[in-house]
Design a protein around this ligand. Structure first.
Ligand code: GAR
Length: 219
Protein backbone atom coordinates (compact mmCIF):
# COMPACT_ATOMS: atom_id res chain seq x y z
CA UNK A 1 0.00 0.00 0.00
CA UNK A 2 1.23 3.53 -0.81
CA UNK A 3 2.51 5.38 2.20
CA UNK A 4 1.12 8.80 3.11
CA UNK A 5 3.52 11.53 1.99
CA UNK A 6 4.50 13.88 4.80
CA UNK A 7 5.92 17.37 4.54
CA UNK A 8 7.59 18.24 7.85
CA UNK A 9 7.97 21.96 8.55
CA UNK A 10 10.69 22.95 11.00
CA UNK A 11 12.51 26.02 12.26
CA UNK A 12 15.03 24.48 14.64
CA UNK A 13 16.65 21.42 16.13
CA UNK A 14 14.15 18.86 14.82
CA UNK A 15 13.86 16.20 17.52
CA UNK A 16 10.21 15.61 16.63
CA UNK A 17 11.29 15.37 13.00
CA UNK A 18 13.86 12.78 14.12
CA UNK A 19 11.14 10.75 15.82
CA UNK A 20 9.22 10.75 12.53
CA UNK A 21 12.36 9.88 10.54
CA UNK A 22 13.04 6.94 12.87
CA UNK A 23 9.44 5.71 12.67
CA UNK A 24 9.30 6.00 8.88
CA UNK A 25 12.57 4.05 8.55
CA UNK A 26 10.40 0.98 9.16
CA UNK A 27 8.81 0.14 5.79
CA UNK A 28 5.73 -1.04 7.67
CA UNK A 29 5.09 2.49 8.97
CA UNK A 30 2.18 3.85 6.90
CA UNK A 31 3.77 7.27 6.18
CA UNK A 32 7.00 8.49 4.62
CA UNK A 33 8.67 11.89 4.69
CA UNK A 34 8.60 13.37 1.19
CA UNK A 35 10.12 16.70 2.21
CA UNK A 36 11.56 18.58 5.16
CA UNK A 37 10.96 22.29 4.76
CA UNK A 38 12.50 25.00 6.92
CA UNK A 39 12.06 28.75 7.04
CA UNK A 40 15.65 28.99 8.33
CA UNK A 41 18.73 27.79 6.52
CA UNK A 42 20.52 27.10 9.81
CA UNK A 43 17.87 24.78 11.29
CA UNK A 44 19.70 21.76 12.74
CA UNK A 45 16.79 19.57 11.68
CA UNK A 46 17.88 20.00 8.04
CA UNK A 47 21.06 18.08 8.86
CA UNK A 48 18.98 15.25 10.35
CA UNK A 49 16.95 15.05 7.14
CA UNK A 50 20.02 15.09 4.92
CA UNK A 51 21.61 12.34 7.03
CA UNK A 52 18.51 10.24 6.42
CA UNK A 53 18.55 10.95 2.66
CA UNK A 54 15.32 12.96 2.78
CA UNK A 55 14.85 15.90 0.37
CA UNK A 56 15.03 19.30 2.05
CA UNK A 57 14.05 22.83 1.09
CA UNK A 58 14.54 26.22 2.67
CA UNK A 59 11.92 28.93 2.13
CA UNK A 60 13.07 31.98 4.07
CA UNK A 61 10.22 34.18 5.27
CA UNK A 62 12.54 37.17 5.02
CA UNK A 63 12.76 36.75 1.26
CA UNK A 64 9.07 37.60 0.82
CA UNK A 65 7.20 40.87 1.01
CA UNK A 66 4.33 39.50 3.09
CA UNK A 67 2.88 36.36 4.62
CA UNK A 68 0.69 35.37 1.64
CA UNK A 69 3.71 35.49 -0.68
CA UNK A 70 5.75 33.40 1.79
CA UNK A 71 2.92 30.90 2.13
CA UNK A 72 2.44 30.65 -1.64
CA UNK A 73 6.10 29.66 -1.86
CA UNK A 74 5.62 27.11 0.94
CA UNK A 75 2.61 25.66 -0.88
CA UNK A 76 4.39 25.46 -4.19
CA UNK A 77 7.30 23.61 -2.60
CA UNK A 78 5.00 21.22 -0.73
CA UNK A 79 2.93 20.54 -3.83
CA UNK A 80 6.01 19.85 -5.95
CA UNK A 81 7.04 17.19 -3.43
CA UNK A 82 3.57 15.61 -3.54
CA UNK A 83 2.93 16.26 0.15
CA UNK A 84 -0.39 14.92 1.46
CA UNK A 85 -0.06 15.76 5.17
CA UNK A 86 1.76 18.80 6.56
CA UNK A 87 3.36 18.19 9.96
CA UNK A 88 4.52 21.27 11.85
CA UNK A 89 7.38 20.23 14.10
CA UNK A 90 8.72 23.28 15.88
CA UNK A 91 7.81 25.55 12.95
CA UNK A 92 7.88 28.98 14.53
CA UNK A 93 6.02 31.12 11.98
CA UNK A 94 2.37 31.99 12.31
CA UNK A 95 0.37 30.77 9.33
CA UNK A 96 -2.60 32.71 7.94
CA UNK A 97 -6.18 31.50 7.68
CA UNK A 98 -5.66 31.20 3.93
CA UNK A 99 -2.86 28.64 4.36
CA UNK A 100 -4.78 26.81 7.08
CA UNK A 101 -7.94 26.63 4.92
CA UNK A 102 -5.94 25.33 1.98
CA UNK A 103 -4.64 22.47 4.18
CA UNK A 104 -7.85 21.98 6.18
CA UNK A 105 -7.82 18.50 7.70
CA UNK A 106 -4.40 17.89 6.16
CA UNK A 107 -2.07 19.77 8.49
CA UNK A 108 -1.15 18.98 12.08
CA UNK A 109 0.95 20.56 14.81
CA UNK A 110 2.54 19.50 18.04
CA UNK A 111 2.54 21.84 21.01
CA UNK A 112 4.24 21.25 24.38
CA UNK A 113 1.25 21.72 26.66
CA UNK A 114 -2.10 20.17 27.39
CA UNK A 115 -4.10 22.49 25.17
CA UNK A 116 -6.13 24.63 25.49
CA UNK A 117 -3.91 25.49 28.47
CA UNK A 118 -0.72 27.44 27.74
CA UNK A 119 -0.74 28.04 23.99
CA UNK A 120 2.04 30.16 22.50
CA UNK A 121 5.62 30.69 23.59
CA UNK A 122 7.37 30.16 26.94
CA UNK A 123 4.90 27.39 27.73
CA UNK A 124 6.90 25.62 30.41
CA UNK A 125 7.78 28.76 32.36
CA UNK A 126 4.10 29.74 32.42
CA UNK A 127 3.00 26.28 33.55
CA UNK A 128 5.53 26.28 36.40
CA UNK A 129 4.56 29.82 37.42
CA UNK A 130 0.88 28.85 37.44
CA UNK A 131 1.65 26.05 39.87
CA UNK A 132 -0.14 23.38 37.84
CA UNK A 133 0.84 19.79 38.63
CA UNK A 134 0.73 18.33 35.14
CA UNK A 135 2.29 19.40 31.90
CA UNK A 136 2.16 17.54 28.63
CA UNK A 137 1.84 17.74 24.92
CA UNK A 138 -0.88 17.89 22.29
CA UNK A 139 -1.06 16.86 18.64
CA UNK A 140 -3.86 18.74 16.89
CA UNK A 141 -5.08 19.73 13.45
CA UNK A 142 -4.18 23.25 12.40
CA UNK A 143 -6.74 25.98 12.70
CA UNK A 144 -6.48 29.68 12.00
CA UNK A 145 -6.04 30.31 15.73
CA UNK A 146 -2.56 29.50 17.01
CA UNK A 147 -2.14 26.25 18.98
CA UNK A 148 -5.82 25.46 18.67
CA UNK A 149 -7.72 23.14 16.36
CA UNK A 150 -9.19 19.66 16.81
CA UNK A 151 -7.13 17.59 19.25
CA UNK A 152 -5.92 14.19 18.08
CA UNK A 153 -3.84 12.97 20.99
CA UNK A 154 -2.47 14.23 24.29
CA UNK A 155 0.05 13.04 26.85
CA UNK A 156 0.43 14.20 30.45
CA UNK A 157 3.57 14.27 32.54
CA UNK A 158 4.02 15.52 36.11
CA UNK A 159 5.61 18.84 37.04
CA UNK A 160 8.00 18.16 39.89
CA UNK A 161 8.75 20.69 42.65
CA UNK A 162 12.36 21.07 41.53
CA UNK A 163 11.53 21.52 37.82
CA UNK A 164 12.75 24.48 35.84
CA UNK A 165 11.58 25.16 32.27
CA UNK A 166 14.47 23.15 30.82
CA UNK A 167 13.97 20.03 32.92
CA UNK A 168 10.23 20.15 32.29
CA UNK A 169 10.73 20.70 28.55
CA UNK A 170 12.99 17.63 28.39
CA UNK A 171 10.37 15.43 30.09
CA UNK A 172 7.58 16.74 27.87
CA UNK A 173 9.71 16.28 24.76
CA UNK A 174 9.95 12.52 25.38
CA UNK A 175 6.17 12.39 25.38
CA UNK A 176 6.00 14.55 22.24
CA UNK A 177 8.07 12.04 20.30
CA UNK A 178 5.71 9.22 21.29
CA UNK A 179 2.47 11.00 20.48
CA UNK A 180 3.56 12.67 17.24
CA UNK A 181 4.50 9.34 15.69
CA UNK A 182 1.29 7.76 16.97
CA UNK A 183 -0.92 10.55 15.62
CA UNK A 184 0.71 10.38 12.18
CA UNK A 185 0.24 6.62 12.15
CA UNK A 186 -3.46 6.94 12.95
CA UNK A 187 -4.02 9.56 10.26
CA UNK A 188 -2.13 7.49 7.69
CA UNK A 189 -4.22 4.48 8.63
CA UNK A 190 -7.35 6.54 7.96
CA UNK A 191 -8.62 6.25 11.53
CA UNK A 192 -9.07 9.96 12.27
CA UNK A 193 -12.16 11.97 11.37
CA UNK A 194 -13.14 15.51 12.37
CA UNK A 195 -16.73 16.40 13.26
CA UNK A 196 -17.84 19.68 14.84
CA UNK A 197 -14.31 20.59 15.84
CA UNK A 198 -13.62 17.27 17.57
CA UNK A 199 -11.77 14.25 16.30
CA UNK A 200 -12.82 10.65 16.50
CA UNK A 201 -10.28 7.88 16.31
CA UNK A 202 -11.62 4.63 14.90
CA UNK A 203 -10.61 1.23 16.17
CA UNK A 204 -7.74 2.16 18.42
CA UNK A 205 -8.84 -0.49 20.83
CA UNK A 206 -7.47 0.88 24.04
CA UNK A 207 -9.03 4.16 25.20
CA UNK A 208 -5.78 5.00 27.03
CA UNK A 209 -4.02 5.10 23.66
CA UNK A 210 -5.18 8.61 22.91
CA UNK A 211 -4.83 10.14 26.34
CA UNK A 212 -1.47 8.92 27.49
CA UNK A 213 -0.96 8.95 31.26
CA UNK A 214 2.37 10.14 32.61
CA UNK A 215 3.86 6.68 32.95
CA UNK A 216 3.25 5.39 29.44
CA UNK A 217 4.03 8.79 27.95
CA UNK A 218 7.54 8.64 29.37
CA UNK A 219 8.56 5.37 27.66
C1 GAR B 1 8.72 21.22 20.48
O1 GAR B 1 8.71 21.21 21.89
C2 GAR B 1 7.36 21.59 19.94
O2 GAR B 1 6.31 21.08 20.69
C3 GAR B 1 7.42 23.09 20.04
O3 GAR B 1 8.71 23.42 19.60
C4 GAR B 1 9.59 22.36 19.97
C5 GAR B 1 10.40 21.92 18.76
O4 GAR B 1 11.37 20.98 19.12
N1 GAR B 1 6.41 23.72 19.25
C6 GAR B 1 5.72 24.79 19.64
O5 GAR B 1 5.93 25.37 20.67
C7 GAR B 1 4.61 25.24 18.69
N2 GAR B 1 3.78 26.21 19.30
P1 GAR B 1 12.06 20.08 18.02
O6 GAR B 1 12.59 21.03 16.96
O7 GAR B 1 13.20 19.40 18.76
O8 GAR B 1 11.05 19.11 17.50
Amino acid sequence: MARLKLGVLISGRGTNLQALIDAAADPAFPAEIALVLSNRGDAAGLVRAEAAGIPTAVVRHRDFADRPAFEDALNETLARAGVELVCLAGFMRLLTARFVDFWAGKAINIHPSILPAFPGLDTHRRAIDAGVRFAGATVHYLSAEMDAGPIILQAATPILPEDDPDSLAARVLEAEHVIYVRAVRWIAEGRVTITDGRTRIRDVGDAAAYALPAKSAAV
